[in-house]
Design a protein around this ligand. Structure first.
Ligand code: AMP
Ligand code: MG
Length: 485
Protein backbone atom coordinates (compact mmCIF):
# COMPACT_ATOMS: atom_id res chain seq x y z
CA UNK A 1 0.00 0.00 0.00
CA UNK A 2 1.43 3.34 -1.07
CA UNK A 3 1.96 6.00 1.57
CA UNK A 4 -0.67 8.70 1.26
CA UNK A 5 0.58 11.85 -0.42
CA UNK A 6 0.58 15.01 1.69
CA UNK A 7 -1.73 17.77 0.51
CA UNK A 8 -2.12 21.26 2.00
CA UNK A 9 -4.68 24.05 2.03
CA UNK A 10 -2.81 27.33 1.88
CA UNK A 11 -6.04 29.07 0.86
CA UNK A 12 -7.41 28.64 4.38
CA UNK A 13 -4.85 31.22 5.58
CA UNK A 14 -6.49 33.94 3.47
CA UNK A 15 -9.02 36.33 5.08
CA UNK A 16 -12.31 34.74 6.09
CA UNK A 17 -14.32 36.65 3.48
CA UNK A 18 -12.76 34.45 0.79
CA UNK A 19 -13.79 30.97 1.90
CA UNK A 20 -16.17 28.89 3.92
CA UNK A 21 -15.93 25.44 5.47
CA UNK A 22 -17.68 22.54 3.78
CA UNK A 23 -19.07 19.35 5.18
CA UNK A 24 -18.26 16.09 3.43
CA UNK A 25 -21.56 15.40 1.74
CA UNK A 26 -21.34 11.67 1.12
CA UNK A 27 -21.63 10.01 -2.26
CA UNK A 28 -23.47 6.81 -1.38
CA UNK A 29 -21.58 4.38 -3.60
CA UNK A 30 -18.59 5.89 -5.39
CA UNK A 31 -16.95 4.11 -8.30
CA UNK A 32 -14.24 5.06 -10.78
CA UNK A 33 -15.23 6.32 -14.20
CA UNK A 34 -11.95 7.85 -15.39
CA UNK A 35 -8.52 8.33 -13.88
CA UNK A 36 -5.90 10.45 -15.59
CA UNK A 37 -2.77 8.55 -14.59
CA UNK A 38 -0.62 10.39 -17.12
CA UNK A 39 -1.53 13.68 -15.47
CA UNK A 40 -0.91 12.22 -12.01
CA UNK A 41 2.60 11.23 -13.12
CA UNK A 42 3.24 14.70 -14.53
CA UNK A 43 2.24 16.18 -11.19
CA UNK A 44 4.37 13.73 -9.26
CA UNK A 45 1.28 12.25 -7.63
CA UNK A 46 1.67 8.57 -6.74
CA UNK A 47 -0.33 6.58 -9.28
CA UNK A 48 -0.73 3.69 -6.82
CA UNK A 49 -2.36 6.09 -4.41
CA UNK A 50 -4.63 7.39 -7.18
CA UNK A 51 -5.79 3.81 -7.80
CA UNK A 52 -6.49 3.17 -4.12
CA UNK A 53 -9.87 2.94 -2.38
CA UNK A 54 -8.74 5.84 -0.17
CA UNK A 55 -8.30 8.07 -3.24
CA UNK A 56 -11.72 6.99 -4.52
CA UNK A 57 -13.35 8.10 -1.25
CA UNK A 58 -11.41 11.38 -1.24
CA UNK A 59 -12.16 12.23 -4.87
CA UNK A 60 -15.84 11.42 -4.33
CA UNK A 61 -15.83 14.08 -1.61
CA UNK A 62 -16.50 11.56 1.15
CA UNK A 63 -13.25 12.03 3.08
CA UNK A 64 -10.73 14.88 3.13
CA UNK A 65 -7.50 14.52 1.19
CA UNK A 66 -4.68 13.67 3.62
CA UNK A 67 -3.36 16.86 5.19
CA UNK A 68 -5.96 19.13 3.57
CA UNK A 69 -8.92 21.11 4.90
CA UNK A 70 -11.58 21.25 2.21
CA UNK A 71 -13.29 24.60 1.73
CA UNK A 72 -15.66 26.37 -0.62
CA UNK A 73 -14.21 29.44 -2.27
CA UNK A 74 -16.24 32.64 -2.22
CA UNK A 75 -16.42 34.95 -5.21
CA UNK A 76 -18.65 37.46 -6.95
CA UNK A 77 -19.32 37.63 -10.65
CA UNK A 78 -20.82 39.50 -13.52
CA UNK A 79 -23.04 36.95 -15.20
CA UNK A 80 -24.19 38.09 -18.64
CA UNK A 81 -23.39 41.63 -17.53
CA UNK A 82 -25.35 41.62 -14.25
CA UNK A 83 -23.44 41.69 -10.97
CA UNK A 84 -24.01 38.93 -8.42
CA UNK A 85 -22.26 40.05 -5.23
CA UNK A 86 -21.92 36.56 -3.81
CA UNK A 87 -21.62 33.43 -5.92
CA UNK A 88 -18.93 31.08 -4.65
CA UNK A 89 -18.51 27.33 -5.05
CA UNK A 90 -22.10 26.18 -4.76
CA UNK A 91 -21.39 22.59 -5.66
CA UNK A 92 -17.63 22.44 -5.59
CA UNK A 93 -14.82 22.53 -3.09
CA UNK A 94 -11.15 23.22 -2.99
CA UNK A 95 -10.27 19.75 -1.74
CA UNK A 96 -6.59 20.49 -1.34
CA UNK A 97 -3.42 21.78 -2.91
CA UNK A 98 -0.55 19.70 -4.20
CA UNK A 99 3.05 20.72 -4.60
CA UNK A 100 4.58 19.13 -7.70
CA UNK A 101 8.25 18.13 -7.73
CA UNK A 102 9.07 21.31 -9.68
CA UNK A 103 7.74 23.37 -6.77
CA UNK A 104 4.54 24.56 -8.44
CA UNK A 105 1.30 24.40 -6.45
CA UNK A 106 -1.84 22.91 -7.99
CA UNK A 107 -5.40 23.02 -6.72
CA UNK A 108 -7.47 19.86 -6.58
CA UNK A 109 -11.04 21.00 -6.92
CA UNK A 110 -14.00 18.68 -6.67
CA UNK A 111 -16.99 19.64 -8.79
CA UNK A 112 -20.35 18.06 -8.00
CA UNK A 113 -19.37 17.09 -4.46
CA UNK A 114 -22.46 18.41 -2.68
CA UNK A 115 -24.20 21.61 -1.67
CA UNK A 116 -22.17 24.25 0.12
CA UNK A 117 -23.23 27.40 1.92
CA UNK A 118 -23.13 29.07 -1.54
CA UNK A 119 -25.53 26.60 -3.18
CA UNK A 120 -28.57 28.89 -3.01
CA UNK A 121 -31.30 26.70 -4.52
CA UNK A 122 -28.93 24.32 -6.27
CA UNK A 123 -28.58 20.68 -5.32
CA UNK A 124 -24.80 20.79 -5.20
CA UNK A 125 -24.59 17.93 -7.65
CA UNK A 126 -23.34 17.40 -11.18
CA UNK A 127 -24.35 14.97 -13.88
CA UNK A 128 -21.97 12.35 -15.17
CA UNK A 129 -22.33 13.71 -18.70
CA UNK A 130 -21.46 17.30 -17.72
CA UNK A 131 -18.38 16.13 -15.79
CA UNK A 132 -17.25 13.85 -18.61
CA UNK A 133 -17.75 16.72 -21.03
CA UNK A 134 -15.45 18.92 -18.96
CA UNK A 135 -12.93 16.08 -18.73
CA UNK A 136 -12.91 15.53 -22.49
CA UNK A 137 -12.75 19.19 -23.50
CA UNK A 138 -10.14 20.19 -20.92
CA UNK A 139 -7.94 17.27 -21.95
CA UNK A 140 -8.45 18.27 -25.59
CA UNK A 141 -7.06 21.68 -24.63
CA UNK A 142 -4.04 20.03 -23.03
CA UNK A 143 -3.46 18.11 -26.28
CA UNK A 144 -3.72 21.33 -28.27
CA UNK A 145 -1.24 23.01 -25.94
CA UNK A 146 -3.67 25.76 -24.93
CA UNK A 147 -3.55 26.77 -21.25
CA UNK A 148 -6.39 25.12 -19.41
CA UNK A 149 -7.40 23.52 -16.17
CA UNK A 150 -6.96 19.75 -16.33
CA UNK A 151 -9.02 16.77 -15.26
CA UNK A 152 -7.58 14.17 -12.91
CA UNK A 153 -10.60 11.92 -12.41
CA UNK A 154 -14.30 11.39 -12.71
CA UNK A 155 -16.01 9.39 -9.97
CA UNK A 156 -19.61 8.25 -10.23
CA UNK A 157 -21.43 8.95 -6.97
CA UNK A 158 -23.97 6.16 -7.19
CA UNK A 159 -26.68 8.75 -6.61
CA UNK A 160 -29.14 10.07 -9.17
CA UNK A 161 -29.23 13.73 -10.17
CA UNK A 162 -32.48 15.25 -11.38
CA UNK A 163 -32.27 17.65 -14.33
CA UNK A 164 -34.62 17.47 -17.31
CA UNK A 165 -34.54 13.79 -16.49
CA UNK A 166 -32.97 11.49 -13.94
CA UNK A 167 -29.25 11.14 -14.63
CA UNK A 168 -26.28 9.50 -12.95
CA UNK A 169 -24.34 11.85 -10.67
CA UNK A 170 -20.57 12.30 -10.71
CA UNK A 171 -17.71 14.29 -9.23
CA UNK A 172 -14.91 15.72 -11.35
CA UNK A 173 -11.45 16.37 -9.92
CA UNK A 174 -10.21 19.52 -11.62
CA UNK A 175 -6.56 20.54 -11.44
CA UNK A 176 -5.70 24.21 -11.77
CA UNK A 177 -2.82 26.55 -11.04
CA UNK A 178 -5.39 28.56 -9.13
CA UNK A 179 -9.13 28.88 -8.74
CA UNK A 180 -8.88 32.61 -8.11
CA UNK A 181 -11.01 34.36 -10.69
CA UNK A 182 -11.70 37.96 -11.65
CA UNK A 183 -14.80 37.48 -9.51
CA UNK A 184 -12.66 36.68 -6.45
CA UNK A 185 -11.05 40.12 -6.67
CA UNK A 186 -14.49 41.62 -7.27
CA UNK A 187 -15.72 40.08 -4.02
CA UNK A 188 -12.86 41.59 -2.04
CA UNK A 189 -13.32 45.00 -3.72
CA UNK A 190 -17.11 45.02 -3.32
CA UNK A 191 -16.62 44.40 0.40
CA UNK A 192 -13.92 47.10 0.61
CA UNK A 193 -11.72 44.46 2.18
CA UNK A 194 -8.23 45.73 1.50
CA UNK A 195 -6.61 42.88 3.43
CA UNK A 196 -8.36 40.36 1.25
CA UNK A 197 -7.34 42.20 -1.92
CA UNK A 198 -3.71 42.39 -0.82
CA UNK A 199 -3.70 38.75 0.25
CA UNK A 200 -5.10 37.59 -3.09
CA UNK A 201 -2.64 39.71 -4.99
CA UNK A 202 0.37 38.47 -3.01
CA UNK A 203 -0.77 34.87 -3.27
CA UNK A 204 -1.25 34.94 -7.02
CA UNK A 205 1.98 36.82 -7.63
CA UNK A 206 3.97 34.36 -5.56
CA UNK A 207 2.26 31.35 -7.00
CA UNK A 208 1.79 32.04 -10.67
CA UNK A 209 3.83 35.01 -11.85
CA UNK A 210 7.44 36.11 -12.06
CA UNK A 211 8.56 38.89 -9.72
CA UNK A 212 7.79 42.41 -10.90
CA UNK A 213 10.63 43.98 -12.86
CA UNK A 214 12.44 46.82 -11.09
CA UNK A 215 10.37 49.99 -10.99
CA UNK A 216 7.00 48.28 -11.60
CA UNK A 217 4.66 48.19 -8.59
CA UNK A 218 3.35 44.66 -7.87
CA UNK A 219 -0.38 45.48 -8.38
CA UNK A 220 0.32 47.04 -11.76
CA UNK A 221 2.61 44.15 -12.69
CA UNK A 222 -0.16 41.73 -11.77
CA UNK A 223 -2.78 43.57 -13.83
CA UNK A 224 -0.43 43.79 -16.80
CA UNK A 225 0.42 40.09 -16.57
CA UNK A 226 -3.19 38.95 -16.34
CA UNK A 227 -4.07 41.13 -19.33
CA UNK A 228 -1.16 39.70 -21.31
CA UNK A 229 -2.14 36.11 -20.55
CA UNK A 230 -5.77 36.65 -21.46
CA UNK A 231 -4.79 38.34 -24.74
CA UNK A 232 -2.78 35.28 -25.64
CA UNK A 233 -5.41 32.83 -24.40
CA UNK A 234 -8.36 34.32 -26.28
CA UNK A 235 -6.29 34.41 -29.48
CA UNK A 236 -5.50 30.72 -29.04
CA UNK A 237 -9.18 29.88 -28.51
CA UNK A 238 -10.15 31.72 -31.64
CA UNK A 239 -7.47 30.05 -33.74
CA UNK A 240 -9.08 26.67 -33.04
CA UNK A 241 -12.65 27.91 -33.45
CA UNK A 242 -13.44 27.63 -29.75
CA UNK A 243 -16.38 29.40 -28.18
CA UNK A 244 -16.28 29.45 -24.39
CA UNK A 245 -19.96 30.25 -24.01
CA UNK A 246 -20.00 31.66 -20.45
CA UNK A 247 -17.27 34.26 -20.16
CA UNK A 248 -18.68 35.62 -16.93
CA UNK A 249 -16.14 37.25 -14.62
CA UNK A 250 -16.41 34.28 -12.27
CA UNK A 251 -15.31 32.06 -15.15
CA UNK A 252 -12.15 34.01 -15.96
CA UNK A 253 -9.21 32.66 -13.99
CA UNK A 254 -6.36 35.06 -13.25
CA UNK A 255 -3.51 32.68 -14.11
CA UNK A 256 -4.71 32.55 -17.71
CA UNK A 257 -5.98 28.98 -17.85
CA UNK A 258 -9.24 28.23 -19.64
CA UNK A 259 -11.75 27.31 -16.95
CA UNK A 260 -15.34 26.16 -16.72
CA UNK A 261 -16.34 24.06 -19.67
CA UNK A 262 -20.10 24.43 -19.57
CA UNK A 263 -21.88 25.17 -22.81
CA UNK A 264 -18.61 25.63 -24.70
CA UNK A 265 -18.00 24.27 -28.17
CA UNK A 266 -15.58 24.08 -31.05
CA UNK A 267 -17.47 25.27 -34.07
CA UNK A 268 -17.91 23.14 -37.12
CA UNK A 269 -19.06 25.42 -39.98
CA UNK A 270 -17.53 28.82 -39.60
CA UNK A 271 -19.60 31.82 -38.73
CA UNK A 272 -18.04 34.68 -36.75
CA UNK A 273 -21.17 35.27 -34.72
CA UNK A 274 -21.64 31.63 -33.84
CA UNK A 275 -23.10 30.94 -30.41
CA UNK A 276 -23.91 27.54 -28.95
CA UNK A 277 -25.07 28.20 -25.44
CA UNK A 278 -28.81 27.87 -25.04
CA UNK A 279 -28.78 30.70 -22.51
CA UNK A 280 -26.77 33.17 -24.60
CA UNK A 281 -29.76 34.62 -26.43
CA UNK A 282 -28.12 37.83 -27.55
CA UNK A 283 -24.81 36.43 -28.70
CA UNK A 284 -22.90 38.18 -25.93
CA UNK A 285 -20.27 35.44 -25.97
CA UNK A 286 -20.15 34.73 -29.72
CA UNK A 287 -16.83 33.64 -31.29
CA UNK A 288 -15.88 37.09 -32.53
CA UNK A 289 -17.08 38.90 -29.39
CA UNK A 290 -14.63 37.06 -27.14
CA UNK A 291 -11.81 39.64 -27.24
CA UNK A 292 -14.19 42.49 -26.39
CA UNK A 293 -15.77 40.49 -23.59
CA UNK A 294 -12.37 39.52 -22.20
CA UNK A 295 -11.45 43.20 -22.14
CA UNK A 296 -14.75 44.00 -20.42
CA UNK A 297 -13.97 41.39 -17.76
CA UNK A 298 -10.41 42.66 -17.37
CA UNK A 299 -11.83 46.15 -16.86
CA UNK A 300 -13.79 44.72 -13.91
CA UNK A 301 -10.50 43.30 -12.59
CA UNK A 302 -8.78 46.68 -12.99
CA UNK A 303 -11.64 48.40 -11.15
CA UNK A 304 -11.29 45.90 -8.32
CA UNK A 305 -7.59 46.67 -8.06
CA UNK A 306 -7.93 50.48 -8.13
CA UNK A 307 -7.24 51.01 -4.42
CA UNK A 308 -4.03 49.01 -4.75
CA UNK A 309 -2.89 50.68 -7.97
CA UNK A 310 -2.59 54.10 -6.35
CA UNK A 311 -3.84 55.88 -3.23
CA UNK A 312 -5.11 58.70 -5.41
CA UNK A 313 -8.08 57.55 -7.42
CA UNK A 314 -7.33 59.65 -10.50
CA UNK A 315 -3.86 58.22 -10.75
CA UNK A 316 -5.17 54.72 -10.21
CA UNK A 317 -7.67 55.16 -13.05
CA UNK A 318 -4.95 56.45 -15.35
CA UNK A 319 -2.81 53.41 -14.59
CA UNK A 320 -5.75 51.07 -15.17
CA UNK A 321 -6.56 52.72 -18.50
CA UNK A 322 -2.97 52.53 -19.67
CA UNK A 323 -2.79 48.83 -18.87
CA UNK A 324 -6.18 47.98 -20.37
CA UNK A 325 -5.16 49.77 -23.56
CA UNK A 326 -2.51 47.08 -24.04
CA UNK A 327 -5.06 44.29 -24.38
CA UNK A 328 -6.42 44.72 -27.91
CA UNK A 329 -3.07 45.29 -29.62
CA UNK A 330 -1.65 42.26 -27.78
CA UNK A 331 -4.66 40.14 -28.73
CA UNK A 332 -4.41 41.21 -32.38
CA UNK A 333 -0.72 40.43 -32.47
CA UNK A 334 -1.26 36.93 -31.03
CA UNK A 335 -4.22 36.28 -33.28
CA UNK A 336 -2.35 37.35 -36.40
CA UNK A 337 0.66 35.28 -35.40
CA UNK A 338 -1.55 32.27 -34.78
CA UNK A 339 -3.38 32.71 -38.06
CA UNK A 340 -0.17 33.20 -40.02
CA UNK A 341 1.03 29.86 -38.67
CA UNK A 342 -2.28 28.21 -39.60
CA UNK A 343 -2.02 29.64 -43.10
CA UNK A 344 1.69 28.96 -43.51
CA UNK A 345 2.33 32.61 -44.24
CA UNK A 346 5.96 33.46 -43.64
CA UNK A 347 7.13 36.70 -42.06
CA UNK A 348 4.78 39.46 -41.01
CA UNK A 349 3.25 42.02 -43.36
CA UNK A 350 1.47 45.21 -42.41
CA UNK A 351 -1.73 44.17 -44.19
CA UNK A 352 -1.94 40.66 -42.68
CA UNK A 353 -4.84 41.67 -40.44
CA UNK A 354 -6.93 42.56 -43.46
CA UNK A 355 -5.83 39.48 -45.36
CA UNK A 356 -6.82 37.27 -42.43
CA UNK A 357 -10.20 38.98 -42.26
CA UNK A 358 -10.68 38.14 -45.95
CA UNK A 359 -9.82 34.49 -45.27
CA UNK A 360 -12.64 34.40 -42.75
CA UNK A 361 -15.03 36.15 -45.13
CA UNK A 362 -14.43 33.40 -47.70
CA UNK A 363 -14.85 30.72 -45.05
CA UNK A 364 -18.10 32.26 -43.87
CA UNK A 365 -19.50 32.65 -47.39
CA UNK A 366 -18.44 29.11 -48.17
CA UNK A 367 -20.10 27.80 -44.99
CA UNK A 368 -16.89 25.87 -44.52
CA UNK A 369 -15.83 23.64 -41.62
CA UNK A 370 -13.33 25.56 -39.50
CA UNK A 371 -11.00 22.71 -38.59
CA UNK A 372 -11.12 20.75 -41.81
CA UNK A 373 -10.36 23.78 -43.98
CA UNK A 374 -7.04 24.32 -42.27
CA UNK A 375 -6.27 20.62 -42.15
CA UNK A 376 -6.87 20.22 -45.89
CA UNK A 377 -5.00 23.44 -46.61
CA UNK A 378 -2.03 21.98 -44.71
CA UNK A 379 -2.20 18.91 -46.95
CA UNK A 380 -2.41 21.10 -50.05
CA UNK A 381 0.59 23.10 -48.85
CA UNK A 382 2.38 19.76 -48.45
CA UNK A 383 1.72 18.87 -52.08
CA UNK A 384 -1.75 17.31 -52.10
CA UNK A 385 -4.20 18.14 -54.89
CA UNK A 386 -5.99 21.38 -54.14
CA UNK A 387 -9.20 19.85 -55.44
CA UNK A 388 -9.56 18.24 -51.99
CA UNK A 389 -10.53 21.65 -50.62
CA UNK A 390 -13.38 22.30 -53.04
CA UNK A 391 -16.03 20.02 -51.48
CA UNK A 392 -15.62 21.84 -48.16
CA UNK A 393 -17.08 25.05 -49.57
CA UNK A 394 -20.68 25.68 -50.47
CA UNK A 395 -19.70 26.64 -54.02
CA UNK A 396 -16.72 26.04 -56.29
CA UNK A 397 -16.33 29.77 -56.78
CA UNK A 398 -15.91 30.37 -53.06
CA UNK A 399 -13.32 27.58 -52.82
CA UNK A 400 -11.40 29.05 -55.74
CA UNK A 401 -11.56 32.56 -54.29
CA UNK A 402 -10.31 31.29 -50.92
CA UNK A 403 -7.39 29.43 -52.51
CA UNK A 404 -6.38 32.31 -54.75
CA UNK A 405 -6.43 34.68 -51.80
CA UNK A 406 -4.37 32.26 -49.71
CA UNK A 407 -1.80 31.62 -52.45
CA UNK A 408 -1.27 35.29 -53.14
CA UNK A 409 0.21 35.74 -49.64
CA UNK A 410 1.55 32.19 -49.13
CA UNK A 411 3.66 32.27 -52.27
CA UNK A 412 5.32 29.18 -53.74
CA UNK A 413 6.70 27.85 -50.43
CA UNK A 414 4.20 28.10 -47.58
CA UNK A 415 5.54 27.15 -44.14
CA UNK A 416 4.01 23.69 -44.05
CA UNK A 417 5.73 22.72 -40.80
CA UNK A 418 4.17 25.67 -39.00
CA UNK A 419 0.83 24.64 -40.49
CA UNK A 420 1.18 21.08 -39.20
CA UNK A 421 1.89 22.37 -35.72
CA UNK A 422 -0.99 24.86 -35.77
CA UNK A 423 -3.79 22.93 -37.47
CA UNK A 424 -5.23 20.03 -35.47
CA UNK A 425 -6.61 16.97 -37.18
CA UNK A 426 -8.86 16.30 -34.19
CA UNK A 427 -10.89 18.67 -32.07
CA UNK A 428 -13.58 17.72 -29.56
CA UNK A 429 -16.35 17.88 -32.13
CA UNK A 430 -19.74 18.36 -30.54
CA UNK A 431 -21.44 15.44 -32.19
CA UNK A 432 -18.63 13.07 -31.21
CA UNK A 433 -18.59 14.36 -27.64
CA UNK A 434 -22.37 13.95 -27.39
CA UNK A 435 -22.11 10.45 -28.83
CA UNK A 436 -19.45 9.51 -26.26
CA UNK A 437 -21.52 10.94 -23.41
CA UNK A 438 -24.64 9.07 -24.48
CA UNK A 439 -22.66 5.81 -24.55
CA UNK A 440 -21.11 6.58 -21.15
CA UNK A 441 -24.54 7.20 -19.66
CA UNK A 442 -25.47 3.74 -20.91
CA UNK A 443 -22.38 2.28 -19.23
CA UNK A 444 -20.08 2.11 -22.26
CA UNK A 445 -16.90 4.14 -21.87
CA UNK A 446 -15.19 2.84 -25.01
CA UNK A 447 -16.13 5.85 -27.21
CA UNK A 448 -14.91 8.23 -24.47
CA UNK A 449 -11.54 6.45 -24.25
CA UNK A 450 -11.19 6.42 -28.04
CA UNK A 451 -11.98 10.12 -28.28
CA UNK A 452 -9.58 10.97 -25.45
CA UNK A 453 -6.79 9.00 -27.12
CA UNK A 454 -7.20 10.89 -30.41
CA UNK A 455 -7.44 14.26 -28.64
CA UNK A 456 -4.25 13.63 -26.65
CA UNK A 457 -2.15 14.02 -29.82
CA UNK A 458 -4.46 16.04 -32.04
CA UNK A 459 -1.92 17.19 -34.61
CA UNK A 460 -1.19 13.74 -36.02
CA UNK A 461 -3.63 11.57 -37.92
CA UNK A 462 -4.20 8.24 -36.23
CA UNK A 463 -5.17 4.96 -37.84
CA UNK A 464 -8.83 4.12 -37.75
CA UNK A 465 -9.90 7.58 -36.57
CA UNK A 466 -11.12 9.11 -39.85
CA UNK A 467 -14.62 9.46 -38.45
CA UNK A 468 -13.32 11.67 -35.64
CA UNK A 469 -11.93 14.09 -38.21
CA UNK A 470 -15.16 14.44 -40.15
CA UNK A 471 -17.60 17.29 -39.60
CA UNK A 472 -21.14 16.34 -38.65
CA UNK A 473 -23.75 15.65 -41.26
CA UNK A 474 -26.80 17.92 -41.09
CA UNK A 475 -28.54 15.31 -38.93
CA UNK A 476 -25.57 14.95 -36.63
CA UNK A 477 -24.91 18.66 -36.16
CA UNK A 478 -25.26 19.90 -32.57
CA UNK A 479 -26.69 23.40 -32.72
CA UNK A 480 -27.02 24.17 -29.04
CA UNK A 481 -25.17 23.29 -25.89
CA UNK A 482 -26.59 23.48 -22.41
CA UNK A 483 -25.15 24.29 -19.04
CA UNK A 484 -26.93 20.98 -18.40
CA UNK A 485 -25.06 20.95 -15.22
P1 AMP B 1 -21.28 28.09 -13.52
O1 AMP B 1 -22.37 28.49 -14.46
O2 AMP B 1 -20.97 26.64 -13.53
O3 AMP B 1 -20.07 28.94 -13.65
O4 AMP B 1 -21.87 28.33 -12.03
C1 AMP B 1 -22.29 29.58 -11.60
C2 AMP B 1 -22.61 29.52 -10.11
O5 AMP B 1 -23.72 28.64 -9.85
C3 AMP B 1 -21.48 29.02 -9.25
O6 AMP B 1 -21.54 29.76 -8.05
C4 AMP B 1 -21.82 27.57 -9.03
O7 AMP B 1 -21.24 27.06 -7.86
C5 AMP B 1 -23.35 27.63 -8.91
N1 AMP B 1 -24.00 26.36 -9.28
C6 AMP B 1 -24.16 25.84 -10.52
N2 AMP B 1 -24.82 24.65 -10.48
C7 AMP B 1 -25.08 24.39 -9.18
C8 AMP B 1 -25.73 23.33 -8.46
N3 AMP B 1 -26.26 22.28 -9.09
N4 AMP B 1 -25.82 23.42 -7.11
C9 AMP B 1 -25.30 24.48 -6.46
N5 AMP B 1 -24.68 25.50 -7.06
C10 AMP B 1 -24.57 25.48 -8.40
MG1 MG C 1 -18.23 28.89 -12.99
Amino acid sequence: MAAAPAFTTTYAQLPALLHHTVTQDAASNPSWVLRNEALASQLGLDVDWLRSPAALQALAGNTPLPGATPLAMAYSGHQFGGFSPLLGDGRAQLAGEWRAPDGTLHDLHLKGSGATVFARNGDGRATLSAMLREYIVSEAFAGLGIPSTRSLAVVATGDPVYRQKKEPGAVLTRIARTHVRVGTFQLAAANRDRDALEALLQRELARNFVSPPAGLAPPRHFLRSVIARQASLIAQWMCVGFIHGVMNTDNMQVAGETIDFGPCAFMDRFHPQKVFSSIDQYGRYAWDKQPAIALWNLTRLAESLLTLLDDEQDKAITIAREELALFMPAFEQHFEEGMRAKLGWRGANADDGERIATVFTHMMRGNADFTLIFRRLTQVAGGADEAMLTPLFATQEEAAAFLAHWRERAGPAPDVNAMRRANPVYIARNHRVEEALAAANAGDLAPTHRLLAALATPFSAQDGCDDLEQPPTDEEEVRQTFCGT
